[in-house]
Design a protein around this ligand. Structure first.
Ligand code: BGC
Length: 750
């Protein structure tokens, strides 16, 4: 027999291909893709590029349409988002199997930090600096998501952002390109596990390509104006890292980049991603972003938008319906090259083949598997671990009269007053991008429950004090009375779950509502205060901080939030998180980031004389620098040594430092390596992260930490955008955060 049966469920559809049946299995995926493509009409091709949302949940305007199922049966749909669960996905896949060519549907979903088990938000996970743990979190998300019939997550978001006004900082890995690139790769590897074709993986989607995190004014969806060097040096590397890690798909972005909407941006999608980087997956548009090129003033109508989008390399149209409406006609009129349409279809079909959906469109539709992964105790335990690692200790002063012992950890015999709107809050622990389930209130662990799980209830007092974001002070009196009965007050403050996320830009990063007043009122009792700050972004909380003996930044930590916070409060876990983003003193400092240029009139951190690059009303230094985070123990860095101070060509430099735990408990430090190129063809940042190592030490224990540096670590994009290193002098810096470092100078010649 002379055919290749490309789809077991296609039944009668066979493709004449010129090979013996026995060799059919050996056909490459590309050959199989072509065999399908050859059968497709223009309408069916446009259908593969078309993606609709299910009507269950959504993040943009959904076109009401009761013909969706009919369109699936007619092969006018390649993918759906917001359809989860074995039952629903199977039903829709069954409809797809009624279409002429029986091409399976792809189901995609925003699984950003967990599916059934919610992990800390991505910015919080980044604070762990623990790549293995981050990879595991993505792995678990993939296991749970794929068990629910879904093939694809719209994650990781790898947008660098230096502007905490932008609500989506919560969804990325922070401000640093080096850390962000490593995390991007870890997440992709976690999602895609041992590779597409396995049933416990989902396709990753690196988004939003590109530079979405640099929206002017931190306003979501806003324009981005950026130099090519900044783009290449700071914003593109995490995308490249995701691509190198094998990300199956990319999503473009809502913003325009230097006047060209990213969705219609040929330079980004065709020249860089599919050209220079040789990406062989496909690009999905962001929600309706193809149609939105009309509002940008870039396309005159949906037909023009479809023409521009496809020509620029946007392969799949999420919810704008421009492709399905116009592409066949645009190709007939010669306005869109058939080669480009075919290329987009091929890219999508290839992923469907790689996932194994042509062999079995229902391979992700297994009730038993779904059931097994529903409340997997190992996943819940991993979420608790990740949550502990994400918490950052920002302050830990001793209690009055005590020396050398911080306010934290608490002890079991202390009477603790838990005050604030987050003590018993449930859903706020989940953060903006998380799936909601009917039994959430029973399974999410709020702080109150986590504390009850840990200590004698007789030692716990509670008063809400105030709501998150209104002017009501009627709960203050009760809160004050409760505080008075305690040894120590733990006050939970911060943002509501829907205050950071998509379309959640804020011009003010202050604590909302009457939270500051509540803290001041409690402080007047004279009781020591521990602050827990729940937020999706860096907030400005200087007033609250001035009243606090200790501060833990607890972000939104997911399903196990309460248990994890209680673990840290009582010292069962010694906090080890480090900030992945600079915390400003005021909004006026934004954008603020540690790896800035020096300027011709550099300012020291603190108040300055006139005529230097500084504010007259504020120091340049942030409230908390990038990389900052304390521990219940103390660490000392000694014996900073370099293998040489004068290097040549391809030689390797070894930098070492001895780290000693000088405190009383076991603890983990993240030792950070920064480099500065002192003179360059183009100016270079005052320091750049180039390595880090996490080390756990017992009290009194020391360890030598070693970094190996090559000229690869010295490379940058020069004035001609050539990525190379230049000989000259460099500073090598090692320390516990971007501010507190020891410095040594070297010379590196050709
Ligand atoms: C967001 C994307 C998301 C998509 C689908 C858009 O509004 O920008 O990040 O993947 O919606 O929900």
């Amino acid at each position: 027999m002379r055919y290749v049966q490309y789809c077991k469920y296609a039944g009668l559809i066979v493709v004449l291909f010129g090979f013996q049946n026995s060799s059919a299995q050996k056909k490459t995926i590309d050959q199989k893709v072509d065999s399908v493509l050859n059968l497709m009409t223009l309408e069916e091709k446009a259908g593969q590029l078309n993606q609709y949302s299910g009507d269950w949940s959504f993040t943009g305007p959904v076109t009401k349409d009761n013909t969706k199922i009919q369109q699936v049966k007619e092969g006018k749909l390649g993918s759906m988002l917001n359809v989860v669960g074995v039952e629903k996905t199977r039903l829709l896949q069954q409809y797809a199997m009624q279409s002429r060519l029986k091409i399976p549907l792809l189901f995609g979903q925003d699984v950003i930090h967990g599916f059934r088990t919610t992990f800390p938000l991505p910015l919080a996970e980044a604070a762990s600096w623990d790549l293995e743990a981050i990879q595991l979190s993505a792995r678990i998300s993939a296991i749970e998501t794929s068990a629910a019939g879904v093939h694809w997550t719209f994650a990781p978001m790898v947008d660098i952002s230096r502007d905490p006004r932008w609500g989506r900082v919560m969804e990325g890995a922070g401000e640093d390109t080096y850390l962000g690139s490593l995390i991007a790769a870890a997440r992709v590897k976690g999602f895609q596990g041992k590779g597409l074709g396995n049933t416990d993986v989902v396709m990753a989607c690196a988004k939003h390509f590109a530079a979405y995190g640099a929206a002017v004014g931190g306003r979501d969806y806003n324009s981005v104006d950026m130099s090519p060097r900044m783009l290449w040096e700071t914003y593109l590397p995490p995308f490249f890292a995701a691509k190198e890690a094998g990300a199956a798909t990319f999503m473009n972005s809502f913003n325009d980049l230097n006047g060209i909407p990213a969705t219609g941006n040929r330079y980004l999608q065709r020249d860089i991603l599919k050209g220079k980087w040789n990406f062989n997956g496909f690009v999905v548009s962001d929600w309706a972003s193809i149609g939105e090129m009309i509002a940008h003033g870039f396309a005159k109508d949906t037909s023009h938008a479809a023409q521009l989008g496809l020509s620029a390399g946007s392969d799949m149209d999420m919810e704008s319906r421009s492709y399905i409406k116009h592409l066949p006609q645009l190709v007939r009129e010669g306005k869109v090259k058939i080669e480009w349409l075919d290329d987009a279809v091929r890219r999508i079909l290839r992923k469907k083949f790689e996932l194994g959906l042509f062999d079995d469109p229902f391979k992700f539709s297994n009730e038993h598997r779904q059931q097994q992964q529903w409340n997997n105790p190992q996943h819940i335990a991993a979420a608790r671990e990740m949550a502990k690692k994400s918490i950052v200790l920002l302050k830990n002063h001793p209690l009055p009269g005590e020396v050398g012992v911080g306010t934290l950890p608490l002890t079991n015999n202390q009477k603790v007053a838990l005050i604030g709107p987050f003590v018993k809050a449930v859903k706020d622990n989940l953060g903006f991008w998380s799936m909601e389930w009917e039994d959430d209130s029973a399974r999410i662990v709020p702080l109150w429950k986590g504390m009850l799980n840990k200590v004698d209830p007789a030692n716990l007092l509670y008063a809400k004090g105030c709501n998150i974001n209104d002017a009501d002070t009627s709960g203050f009196a009760e809160a004050i009375e409760t505080a008075k009965q305690s040894d120590v007050v733990v006050i939970t403050i911060g943002e509501a779950r829907d205050m950071s996320g998509e379309a959640k830009s804020r011009s003010s990063l202050q604590l909302p509502g009457v939270q500051n007043q509540l803290i001041a009122a409690i402080a007047a009792t004279g009781k020591p205060i521990v602050l827990l700050i729940h937020a999706g972004r860096p907030l400005i909380f200087d007033k609250a901080a001035s009243h606090a003996s200790a501060i833990l930044y607890t972000w939104w930590l997911g399903t196990e939030a309460g248990n994890a916070i209680a673990d840290v409060l009582y010292g069962d876990y010694n906090p080890s998180g480090k900030l992945p983003i600079t915390f400003p003193r005021t909004e006026g400092q934004i954008p603020i980031y540690y790896n800035h240029y020096s300027t011709g009139r550099p300012a020291e951190d603190e108040f300055q004389n006139n005529y230097v690059s500084a504010y007259i009303d504020l120091p340049n230094s942030p409230a908390y620098p990038f990389g900052y985070g304390l521990s219940y123990t103390s660490f000392v860095f000694t014996d900073f040594k370099l293998s040489s101070t004068s290097l040549k060509g391809n030689q390797t430099l070894t930098a070492s430092i001895t780290l000693t735990n000088t405190g009383r408990v076991k603890g983990k430090e993240t030792v950070q390596l920064y480099i500065r190129d002192l003179v360059g063809k183009v100016v270079r940042p005052v320091k750049e992260l180039k390595g880090f190592k996490q080390v756990e030490l017992n009290p009194g224990e020391s360890k030598v930490i070693t970094f190996t540096i090559t000229t690869n670590d010295l490379r940058f994009y020069d004035d001609q955008l050539i990525y190379n290193w230049e000989p000259g002098e460099f500073e090598i810096m090692i320390g516990s955060n971007s501010k507190e470092v020891q410095v040594k100078k070297i010379n590196w010649s050709r």
